[in-house]
Design a protein around this ligand. Sequence first.
Ligand SMILES: *Cc1c(COP(=O)(O)O)cnc(C)c1O
Length: 480
Amino acid sequence: MSETNQAAAEAYRSALAIIEGVEPRIAGAITAELHDQRESLKLIASENYASLPVLLTMGNWLSDKYAEGVVGRRFYAGCQNVDTVESVAAEHARALFGAEHAYVQPHSGIDANLVAYWAILSELIETPGVAEAGVKTVNDLTEEQWETLRAKMGNQRLLGMSLDAGGHLTHGFRPNISGKMFHQRAYGTDPETGLLDYAALQAQAQEFKPLIIVAGYSAYPRRVNFAKMREIADSVGAVLMVDMAHFAGLVAGKVFTGEEDPIPYADIVTTTTHKSLRGPRGGMVLSTKKYADAVDRGCPMVLGGPLSHMMAAKAVALAEARQDSFRTYAQNIADNAQALAEGFLKRGATLVTGGTDNHLVLLDVSSFGLTGRQAESALLDSGVVTNRNSIPRDPNGAWYTSGIRLGTPALTSRGFGADEFDKVAELMCDVLANTTPEIASTGKPGKAKYKLADGVAERTKAAAAELLTAHPLYPGLELA
Ligand SMILES: *Cc1c(COP(=O)(O)O)cnc(C)c1O
Protein backbone atom coordinates (compact mmCIF):
# COMPACT_ATOMS: atom_id res chain seq x y z
CA MET A 1 0.00 0.00 0.00
CA SER A 2 2.75 2.42 0.98
CA GLU A 3 4.53 1.88 -2.38
CA THR A 4 1.26 2.61 -4.15
CA ASN A 5 0.94 5.75 -2.09
CA GLN A 6 4.43 6.94 -3.00
CA ALA A 7 3.68 6.42 -6.69
CA ALA A 8 0.38 8.26 -6.16
CA ALA A 9 2.20 11.09 -4.40
CA GLU A 10 4.36 11.58 -7.50
CA ALA A 11 1.32 11.43 -9.75
CA TYR A 12 -0.51 14.01 -7.64
CA ARG A 13 2.50 16.32 -7.41
CA SER A 14 2.75 16.35 -11.21
CA ALA A 15 -0.99 16.80 -11.67
CA LEU A 16 -1.15 19.66 -9.16
CA ALA A 17 1.77 21.43 -10.85
CA ILE A 18 -0.14 21.30 -14.12
CA ILE A 19 -3.35 22.59 -12.51
CA GLU A 20 -1.43 25.29 -10.72
CA GLY A 21 -0.25 26.62 -14.08
CA VAL A 22 -3.87 27.35 -15.02
CA GLU A 23 -5.61 28.27 -11.76
CA PRO A 24 -3.41 28.20 -8.66
CA ARG A 25 -6.33 28.77 -6.30
CA ILE A 26 -7.80 25.42 -7.31
CA ALA A 27 -4.51 23.56 -6.88
CA GLY A 28 -4.24 25.25 -3.49
CA ALA A 29 -7.75 24.22 -2.43
CA ILE A 30 -7.12 20.59 -3.42
CA THR A 31 -3.93 20.51 -1.36
CA ALA A 32 -5.57 22.29 1.57
CA GLU A 33 -8.44 19.81 1.56
CA LEU A 34 -5.99 16.93 2.03
CA HIS A 35 -4.52 18.69 5.06
CA ASP A 36 -7.97 19.41 6.51
CA GLN A 37 -9.10 15.82 6.02
CA ARG A 38 -5.92 14.57 7.65
CA GLU A 39 -6.11 16.83 10.65
CA SER A 40 -9.72 16.45 11.78
CA LEU A 41 -11.60 13.68 13.54
CA LYS A 42 -14.19 13.02 10.88
CA LEU A 43 -17.32 11.51 12.41
CA ILE A 44 -19.80 12.56 9.72
CA ALA A 45 -21.75 9.37 9.17
CA SER A 46 -22.22 9.87 5.43
CA GLU A 47 -18.56 10.52 4.62
CA ASN A 48 -15.59 8.28 4.07
CA TYR A 49 -12.13 8.22 2.44
CA ALA A 50 -12.04 6.58 -1.00
CA SER A 51 -8.91 4.60 -1.85
CA LEU A 52 -6.20 6.12 -4.06
CA PRO A 53 -7.00 3.70 -6.92
CA VAL A 54 -10.63 4.93 -6.79
CA LEU A 55 -9.58 8.58 -6.67
CA LEU A 56 -7.07 8.18 -9.48
CA THR A 57 -9.62 6.50 -11.75
CA MET A 58 -11.80 9.61 -11.78
CA GLY A 59 -9.50 12.00 -13.61
CA ASN A 60 -9.28 10.97 -17.25
CA TRP A 61 -10.67 11.35 -20.78
CA LEU A 62 -13.57 8.95 -20.27
CA SER A 63 -15.11 12.19 -19.04
CA ASP A 64 -15.05 13.54 -22.60
CA LYS A 65 -17.34 10.90 -24.11
CA TYR A 66 -21.08 11.18 -24.55
CA ALA A 67 -22.83 7.85 -24.01
CA GLU A 68 -26.57 8.36 -23.49
CA GLY A 69 -28.43 5.08 -23.34
CA VAL A 70 -27.10 1.81 -21.94
CA VAL A 71 -24.59 -0.84 -22.99
CA GLY A 72 -25.43 -2.02 -26.51
CA ARG A 73 -28.16 0.64 -26.95
CA ARG A 74 -26.41 4.02 -27.17
CA PHE A 75 -27.60 7.20 -28.84
CA TYR A 76 -23.95 8.03 -29.68
CA ALA A 77 -21.35 6.28 -31.82
CA GLY A 78 -17.99 5.05 -30.61
CA CYS A 79 -18.98 3.99 -27.08
CA GLN A 80 -17.09 0.69 -27.00
CA ASN A 81 -14.83 1.68 -24.09
CA VAL A 82 -17.68 3.19 -22.10
CA ASP A 83 -19.54 -0.08 -22.73
CA THR A 84 -16.62 -1.95 -21.16
CA VAL A 85 -16.60 0.38 -18.17
CA GLU A 86 -20.34 0.24 -17.56
CA SER A 87 -20.49 -3.55 -18.06
CA VAL A 88 -17.66 -4.19 -15.60
CA ALA A 89 -19.17 -1.89 -12.97
CA ALA A 90 -22.62 -3.50 -13.33
CA GLU A 91 -21.10 -7.00 -13.24
CA HIS A 92 -19.32 -6.22 -9.96
CA ALA A 93 -22.48 -4.66 -8.51
CA ARG A 94 -24.64 -7.67 -9.38
CA ALA A 95 -22.08 -10.12 -8.02
CA LEU A 96 -21.36 -8.15 -4.85
CA PHE A 97 -25.00 -7.69 -3.88
CA GLY A 98 -26.57 -10.73 -5.54
CA ALA A 99 -28.89 -8.48 -7.54
CA GLU A 100 -30.65 -9.47 -10.77
CA HIS A 101 -29.99 -6.08 -12.34
CA ALA A 102 -27.67 -3.15 -11.67
CA TYR A 103 -27.76 0.35 -13.17
CA VAL A 104 -24.59 2.26 -12.35
CA GLN A 105 -25.24 5.60 -14.07
CA PRO A 106 -26.93 7.72 -11.36
CA HIS A 107 -24.80 10.73 -10.50
CA SER A 108 -25.87 10.75 -6.84
CA GLY A 109 -28.22 9.15 -4.34
CA ILE A 110 -30.97 11.65 -5.11
CA ASP A 111 -30.70 10.77 -8.79
CA ALA A 112 -30.82 7.05 -8.03
CA ASN A 113 -34.09 7.56 -6.15
CA LEU A 114 -35.56 9.57 -9.02
CA VAL A 115 -34.68 6.79 -11.45
CA ALA A 116 -36.31 4.26 -9.13
CA TYR A 117 -39.49 6.31 -8.69
CA TRP A 118 -39.90 6.80 -12.42
CA ALA A 119 -39.25 3.12 -13.05
CA ILE A 120 -42.02 2.22 -10.61
CA LEU A 121 -44.39 4.82 -12.06
CA SER A 122 -43.61 3.60 -15.58
CA GLU A 123 -45.01 0.22 -14.63
CA LEU A 124 -48.43 1.84 -14.28
CA ILE A 125 -48.54 1.59 -18.05
CA GLU A 126 -49.43 -2.06 -17.50
CA THR A 127 -52.42 -1.39 -15.29
CA PRO A 128 -55.94 -1.87 -16.66
CA GLY A 129 -57.48 1.22 -18.20
CA VAL A 130 -54.16 2.40 -19.61
CA ALA A 131 -52.60 -0.65 -21.16
CA GLU A 132 -53.52 -1.79 -24.65
CA ALA A 133 -52.22 -4.88 -26.35
CA GLY A 134 -48.79 -4.16 -27.78
CA VAL A 135 -48.15 -0.99 -25.75
CA LYS A 136 -44.60 -1.21 -24.36
CA THR A 137 -43.32 2.31 -23.90
CA VAL A 138 -44.88 5.72 -23.46
CA ASN A 139 -44.13 6.42 -27.12
CA ASP A 140 -46.72 3.80 -28.11
CA LEU A 141 -49.56 5.54 -26.29
CA THR A 142 -52.17 7.61 -28.04
CA GLU A 143 -52.60 11.22 -26.94
CA GLU A 144 -55.63 10.25 -24.86
CA GLN A 145 -53.93 7.27 -23.20
CA TRP A 146 -50.94 9.45 -22.41
CA GLU A 147 -53.11 12.02 -20.65
CA THR A 148 -54.75 9.24 -18.61
CA LEU A 149 -51.34 7.86 -17.65
CA ARG A 150 -49.96 11.29 -16.76
CA ALA A 151 -52.91 11.93 -14.47
CA LYS A 152 -52.46 8.54 -12.87
CA MET A 153 -48.69 8.99 -12.35
CA GLY A 154 -49.24 12.31 -10.63
CA ASN A 155 -51.73 10.90 -8.17
CA GLN A 156 -49.85 8.10 -6.39
CA ARG A 157 -49.09 7.52 -2.72
CA LEU A 158 -45.79 6.91 -1.00
CA LEU A 159 -45.09 5.87 2.58
CA GLY A 160 -41.61 6.78 3.85
CA MET A 161 -39.82 7.11 7.17
CA SER A 162 -40.31 10.46 8.91
CA LEU A 163 -37.41 12.88 8.90
CA ASP A 164 -37.09 13.11 12.65
CA ALA A 165 -36.99 9.32 12.94
CA GLY A 166 -34.07 9.28 10.48
CA GLY A 167 -35.72 9.25 7.03
CA HIS A 168 -34.41 11.19 4.02
CA LEU A 169 -35.82 14.18 2.11
CA THR A 170 -36.02 12.09 -1.06
CA HIS A 171 -38.59 9.82 0.58
CA GLY A 172 -41.47 12.08 -0.34
CA PHE A 173 -40.76 15.29 1.59
CA ARG A 174 -41.65 18.69 0.20
CA PRO A 175 -38.18 20.22 -0.19
CA ASN A 176 -37.38 17.38 -2.62
CA ILE A 177 -39.24 16.78 -5.89
CA SER A 178 -40.44 13.40 -4.55
CA GLY A 179 -42.72 15.38 -2.23
CA LYS A 180 -44.26 17.04 -5.26
CA MET A 181 -44.55 13.78 -7.22
CA PHE A 182 -46.36 11.82 -4.51
CA HIS A 183 -48.99 12.12 -1.82
CA GLN A 184 -46.73 11.22 1.07
CA ARG A 185 -47.28 9.93 4.56
CA ALA A 186 -44.51 9.24 7.02
CA TYR A 187 -44.05 6.42 9.48
CA GLY A 188 -42.15 7.02 12.71
CA THR A 189 -40.64 5.08 15.56
CA ASP A 190 -42.04 3.88 18.87
CA PRO A 191 -42.06 6.80 21.36
CA GLU A 192 -40.83 4.54 24.20
CA THR A 193 -38.08 2.50 22.55
CA GLY A 194 -37.22 4.70 19.56
CA LEU A 195 -37.36 1.55 17.42
CA LEU A 196 -39.30 0.93 14.21
CA ASP A 197 -42.80 -0.26 15.09
CA TYR A 198 -43.72 -2.78 12.38
CA ALA A 199 -47.27 -3.29 13.71
CA ALA A 200 -47.96 0.45 13.56
CA LEU A 201 -46.45 0.60 10.08
CA GLN A 202 -48.67 -2.29 8.99
CA ALA A 203 -51.77 -0.48 10.24
CA GLN A 204 -50.70 2.74 8.55
CA ALA A 205 -50.07 0.95 5.24
CA GLN A 206 -53.45 -0.77 5.48
CA GLU A 207 -55.17 2.54 5.91
CA PHE A 208 -53.13 4.61 3.40
CA LYS A 209 -52.70 1.95 0.66
CA PRO A 210 -49.53 3.41 -0.88
CA LEU A 211 -48.15 2.47 -4.30
CA ILE A 212 -44.64 2.51 -2.79
CA ILE A 213 -43.25 1.83 0.68
CA VAL A 214 -39.72 3.19 1.09
CA ALA A 215 -37.46 1.65 3.73
CA GLY A 216 -34.04 3.05 4.54
CA TYR A 217 -32.69 5.98 6.48
CA SER A 218 -29.92 8.50 7.08
CA ALA A 219 -30.06 8.75 10.85
CA TYR A 220 -31.62 5.64 12.40
CA PRO A 221 -29.03 3.82 14.51
CA ARG A 222 -30.60 0.37 14.19
CA ARG A 223 -31.05 -2.46 11.69
CA VAL A 224 -34.22 -2.97 9.66
CA ASN A 225 -35.92 -6.32 9.08
CA PHE A 226 -36.63 -6.29 5.36
CA ALA A 227 -38.57 -9.57 5.45
CA LYS A 228 -41.12 -7.82 7.66
CA MET A 229 -41.08 -4.81 5.32
CA ARG A 230 -41.80 -7.15 2.39
CA GLU A 231 -44.69 -8.76 4.25
CA ILE A 232 -46.22 -5.36 4.95
CA ALA A 233 -45.77 -4.24 1.34
CA ASP A 234 -47.31 -7.49 0.06
CA SER A 235 -50.28 -7.23 2.37
CA VAL A 236 -51.31 -3.94 0.70
CA GLY A 237 -49.98 -4.66 -2.81
CA ALA A 238 -47.25 -1.99 -2.54
CA VAL A 239 -43.88 -1.91 -4.25
CA LEU A 240 -41.03 -2.19 -1.71
CA MET A 241 -38.18 0.18 -2.38
CA VAL A 242 -35.13 0.22 -0.09
CA ASP A 243 -32.74 3.15 -0.02
CA MET A 244 -29.52 1.72 1.44
CA ALA A 245 -27.47 4.88 0.72
CA HIS A 246 -26.07 4.88 4.25
CA PHE A 247 -25.56 1.22 4.97
CA ALA A 248 -24.60 -0.25 1.57
CA GLY A 249 -21.11 -0.98 2.92
CA LEU A 250 -22.57 -3.15 5.67
CA VAL A 251 -24.61 -5.08 3.10
CA ALA A 252 -21.60 -5.41 0.78
CA GLY A 253 -19.40 -6.55 3.68
CA LYS A 254 -21.98 -9.16 4.81
CA VAL A 255 -22.59 -7.60 8.20
CA PHE A 256 -26.26 -7.34 7.24
CA THR A 257 -27.33 -10.79 6.02
CA GLY A 258 -30.55 -12.82 5.99
CA GLU A 259 -33.57 -10.66 6.76
CA GLU A 260 -31.31 -7.60 7.20
CA ASP A 261 -30.10 -7.83 3.60
CA PRO A 262 -32.55 -5.79 1.49
CA ILE A 263 -31.70 -7.27 -1.92
CA PRO A 264 -33.71 -10.54 -1.69
CA TYR A 265 -36.77 -8.71 -0.37
CA ALA A 266 -37.03 -5.39 -2.23
CA ASP A 267 -38.29 -4.74 -5.76
CA ILE A 268 -35.81 -1.90 -6.14
CA VAL A 269 -32.80 -0.96 -4.03
CA THR A 270 -31.06 2.38 -4.42
CA THR A 271 -27.77 3.52 -2.94
CA THR A 272 -25.00 6.04 -2.97
CA THR A 273 -21.50 4.76 -3.66
CA HIS A 274 -19.52 7.21 -1.51
CA LYS A 275 -20.79 6.57 2.04
CA SER A 276 -20.05 3.30 3.86
CA LEU A 277 -19.40 1.66 0.46
CA ARG A 278 -16.26 3.84 0.20
CA GLY A 279 -16.41 4.46 -3.54
CA PRO A 280 -16.52 7.62 -5.64
CA ARG A 281 -19.34 10.18 -5.21
CA GLY A 282 -22.32 8.70 -7.05
CA GLY A 283 -25.39 6.47 -7.01
CA MET A 284 -26.68 3.09 -8.19
CA VAL A 285 -29.97 1.27 -8.66
CA LEU A 286 -30.31 -2.49 -8.14
CA SER A 287 -33.54 -4.17 -9.16
CA THR A 288 -35.35 -7.33 -10.02
CA LYS A 289 -35.61 -8.31 -13.71
CA LYS A 290 -39.15 -6.92 -13.77
CA TYR A 291 -37.92 -3.33 -13.37
CA ALA A 292 -34.67 -3.68 -15.35
CA ASP A 293 -35.87 -2.08 -18.61
CA ALA A 294 -37.59 0.79 -16.85
CA VAL A 295 -34.54 1.44 -14.64
CA ASP A 296 -32.29 1.44 -17.72
CA ARG A 297 -34.30 4.33 -19.13
CA GLY A 298 -33.02 6.55 -16.28
CA CYS A 299 -30.98 8.48 -18.85
CA PRO A 300 -32.48 10.49 -20.53
CA MET A 301 -35.65 10.17 -18.39
CA VAL A 302 -34.24 11.98 -15.34
CA LEU A 303 -30.44 11.79 -15.71
CA GLY A 304 -28.00 13.71 -17.84
CA GLY A 305 -25.46 11.81 -19.92
CA PRO A 306 -23.53 9.15 -17.99
CA LEU A 307 -20.31 10.17 -16.23
CA SER A 308 -18.14 7.44 -17.67
CA HIS A 309 -15.08 8.35 -15.59
CA MET A 310 -17.23 8.00 -12.46
CA MET A 311 -18.64 4.66 -13.59
CA ALA A 312 -15.02 3.54 -14.01
CA ALA A 313 -14.24 4.59 -10.43
CA LYS A 314 -17.39 2.80 -9.23
CA ALA A 315 -16.13 -0.37 -10.94
CA VAL A 316 -12.80 -0.09 -9.10
CA ALA A 317 -14.52 0.55 -5.75
CA LEU A 318 -16.91 -2.38 -6.27
CA ALA A 319 -13.96 -4.62 -7.14
CA GLU A 320 -12.37 -3.54 -3.84
CA ALA A 321 -15.61 -4.23 -1.97
CA ARG A 322 -15.59 -7.81 -3.29
CA GLN A 323 -12.27 -8.53 -1.57
CA ASP A 324 -12.18 -10.29 1.81
CA SER A 325 -10.54 -7.25 3.37
CA PHE A 326 -13.75 -5.29 2.80
CA ARG A 327 -15.69 -7.77 4.96
CA THR A 328 -13.22 -7.15 7.75
CA TYR A 329 -13.62 -3.40 7.20
CA ALA A 330 -17.43 -3.61 7.36
CA GLN A 331 -17.35 -5.69 10.54
CA ASN A 332 -14.94 -3.17 12.06
CA ILE A 333 -17.36 -0.32 11.20
CA ALA A 334 -20.10 -2.06 13.22
CA ASP A 335 -17.77 -3.09 16.10
CA ASN A 336 -16.43 0.45 16.32
CA ALA A 337 -19.93 1.90 16.46
CA GLN A 338 -20.56 -0.39 19.46
CA ALA A 339 -17.40 0.85 21.13
CA LEU A 340 -18.33 4.48 20.46
CA ALA A 341 -21.84 3.96 21.87
CA GLU A 342 -20.51 2.18 24.96
CA GLY A 343 -18.00 4.97 25.43
CA PHE A 344 -20.84 7.48 25.65
CA LEU A 345 -23.13 5.34 27.79
CA LYS A 346 -20.50 4.59 30.43
CA ARG A 347 -19.87 8.35 30.72
CA GLY A 348 -23.56 9.00 31.32
CA ALA A 349 -24.57 10.38 27.90
CA THR A 350 -27.96 9.70 26.32
CA LEU A 351 -28.27 7.91 22.98
CA VAL A 352 -31.40 7.70 20.83
CA THR A 353 -32.64 4.06 21.05
CA GLY A 354 -30.11 3.52 23.84
CA GLY A 355 -27.34 2.36 21.52
CA THR A 356 -26.62 1.20 17.97
CA ASP A 357 -26.35 -1.93 15.88
CA ASN A 358 -25.23 -0.37 12.62
CA HIS A 359 -22.61 2.26 11.72
CA LEU A 360 -24.10 5.29 13.40
CA VAL A 361 -24.78 6.73 16.82
CA LEU A 362 -27.31 9.46 17.52
CA LEU A 363 -26.29 11.42 20.59
CA ASP A 364 -29.04 13.34 22.42
CA VAL A 365 -27.18 16.45 23.61
CA SER A 366 -30.10 17.87 25.61
CA SER A 367 -28.66 16.00 28.61
CA PHE A 368 -25.67 18.37 28.34
CA GLY A 369 -28.10 21.31 28.30
CA LEU A 370 -27.19 22.07 24.67
CA THR A 371 -28.87 22.23 21.30
CA GLY A 372 -27.44 20.24 18.39
CA ARG A 373 -26.27 23.48 16.85
CA GLN A 374 -24.27 24.48 19.94
CA ALA A 375 -22.79 21.00 20.31
CA GLU A 376 -21.83 20.82 16.63
CA SER A 377 -20.04 24.21 16.82
CA ALA A 378 -18.21 23.53 20.09
CA LEU A 379 -17.01 20.18 18.75
CA LEU A 380 -15.87 21.76 15.48
CA ASP A 381 -13.89 24.38 17.46
CA SER A 382 -12.16 21.39 19.07
CA GLY A 383 -11.31 19.65 15.78
CA VAL A 384 -14.16 17.11 15.89
CA VAL A 385 -16.31 17.19 12.74
CA THR A 386 -19.91 16.01 13.23
CA ASN A 387 -23.32 17.17 12.11
CA ARG A 388 -26.35 18.20 14.10
CA ASN A 389 -29.46 16.12 13.53
CA SER A 390 -33.06 16.02 14.70
CA ILE A 391 -34.03 13.38 17.20
CA PRO A 392 -37.55 11.86 17.25
CA ARG A 393 -40.13 14.51 18.31
CA ASP A 394 -37.30 17.05 18.57
CA PRO A 395 -38.29 20.02 20.77
CA ASN A 396 -35.71 22.24 18.99
CA GLY A 397 -36.95 21.63 15.46
CA ALA A 398 -34.96 20.76 12.33
CA TRP A 399 -32.67 23.82 12.40
CA TYR A 400 -31.29 23.90 15.96
CA THR A 401 -32.06 20.23 16.75
CA SER A 402 -31.21 18.26 19.90
CA GLY A 403 -28.96 15.63 18.39
CA ILE A 404 -25.52 14.99 16.98
CA ARG A 405 -25.15 12.25 14.38
CA LEU A 406 -21.92 10.27 14.43
CA GLY A 407 -20.66 7.56 12.11
CA THR A 408 -17.69 5.20 12.16
CA PRO A 409 -17.01 4.46 8.42
CA ALA A 410 -14.43 7.22 7.85
CA LEU A 411 -12.21 6.77 10.90
CA THR A 412 -12.46 3.00 10.52
CA SER A 413 -10.95 3.46 7.04
CA ARG A 414 -7.99 5.13 8.78
CA GLY A 415 -7.58 2.09 11.00
CA PHE A 416 -9.19 3.32 14.21
CA GLY A 417 -10.26 0.46 16.51
CA ALA A 418 -12.43 0.10 19.60
CA ASP A 419 -9.92 1.74 21.97
CA GLU A 420 -9.59 4.79 19.75
CA PHE A 421 -13.37 5.14 19.48
CA ASP A 422 -13.68 4.94 23.25
CA LYS A 423 -11.15 7.76 23.42
CA VAL A 424 -13.20 9.75 20.86
CA ALA A 425 -16.26 9.39 23.13
CA GLU A 426 -14.18 10.58 26.09
CA LEU A 427 -12.94 13.65 24.18
CA MET A 428 -16.43 14.52 22.99
CA CYS A 429 -17.96 14.18 26.45
CA ASP A 430 -15.23 16.46 27.80
CA VAL A 431 -16.01 19.12 25.18
CA LEU A 432 -19.78 18.92 25.69
CA ALA A 433 -19.55 18.95 29.50
CA ASN A 434 -17.44 22.12 29.23
CA THR A 435 -19.80 23.94 26.86
CA THR A 436 -22.51 26.21 28.22
CA PRO A 437 -25.27 27.96 26.28
CA GLU A 438 -25.11 31.74 26.37
CA ILE A 439 -28.10 33.37 27.97
CA ALA A 440 -30.30 35.01 25.33
CA SER A 441 -32.02 38.42 25.67
CA THR A 442 -35.10 36.55 26.96
CA GLY A 443 -33.06 35.56 30.03
CA LYS A 444 -33.22 31.88 29.02
CA PRO A 445 -30.41 29.75 27.50
CA GLY A 446 -30.08 30.61 23.77
CA LYS A 447 -30.12 28.02 21.01
CA ALA A 448 -27.12 29.04 18.89
CA LYS A 449 -24.48 30.85 20.95
CA TYR A 450 -22.35 29.03 23.48
CA LYS A 451 -19.18 29.31 25.50
CA LEU A 452 -16.48 26.68 25.54
CA ALA A 453 -14.39 26.68 28.74
CA ASP A 454 -10.80 27.89 28.38
CA GLY A 455 -8.25 25.33 27.25
CA VAL A 456 -10.74 22.62 26.23
CA ALA A 457 -10.43 23.13 22.47
CA GLU A 458 -6.63 23.06 22.71
CA ARG A 459 -6.42 19.89 24.81
CA THR A 460 -8.97 18.13 22.58
CA LYS A 461 -7.09 19.05 19.42
CA ALA A 462 -3.83 17.81 20.94
CA ALA A 463 -5.37 14.47 21.96
CA ALA A 464 -7.05 14.12 18.55
CA ALA A 465 -3.76 14.85 16.77
CA GLU A 466 -2.16 11.96 18.64
CA LEU A 467 -4.87 9.55 17.44
CA LEU A 468 -4.73 10.90 13.88
CA THR A 469 -0.94 10.72 13.66
CA ALA A 470 -1.04 7.09 14.76
CA HIS A 471 -3.48 6.35 11.90
CA PRO A 472 -2.39 8.51 8.98
CA LEU A 473 -4.58 9.13 5.95
CA TYR A 474 -2.89 7.99 2.69
CA PRO A 475 0.48 7.40 4.39
CA GLY A 476 3.42 8.32 2.16
CA LEU A 477 1.38 10.73 0.10
CA GLU A 478 3.37 13.89 0.75
CA LEU A 479 2.56 16.81 -1.52
CA ALA A 480 4.74 19.66 -0.33
C1 LIG B 1 -27.20 10.53 1.39
C2 LIG B 1 -28.54 9.98 1.07
C3 LIG B 1 -29.16 10.23 -0.16
C4 LIG B 1 -28.64 11.26 -1.14
O1 LIG B 1 -27.42 11.02 -1.67
P1 LIG B 1 -26.70 12.17 -2.54
O2 LIG B 1 -25.59 11.43 -3.22
O3 LIG B 1 -26.25 13.19 -1.60
O4 LIG B 1 -27.69 12.68 -3.51
C5 LIG B 1 -30.36 9.60 -0.43
N1 LIG B 1 -30.93 8.78 0.46
C6 LIG B 1 -30.38 8.53 1.67
C7 LIG B 1 -31.06 7.60 2.61
C8 LIG B 1 -29.16 9.13 2.02
O5 LIG B 1 -28.64 8.90 3.22
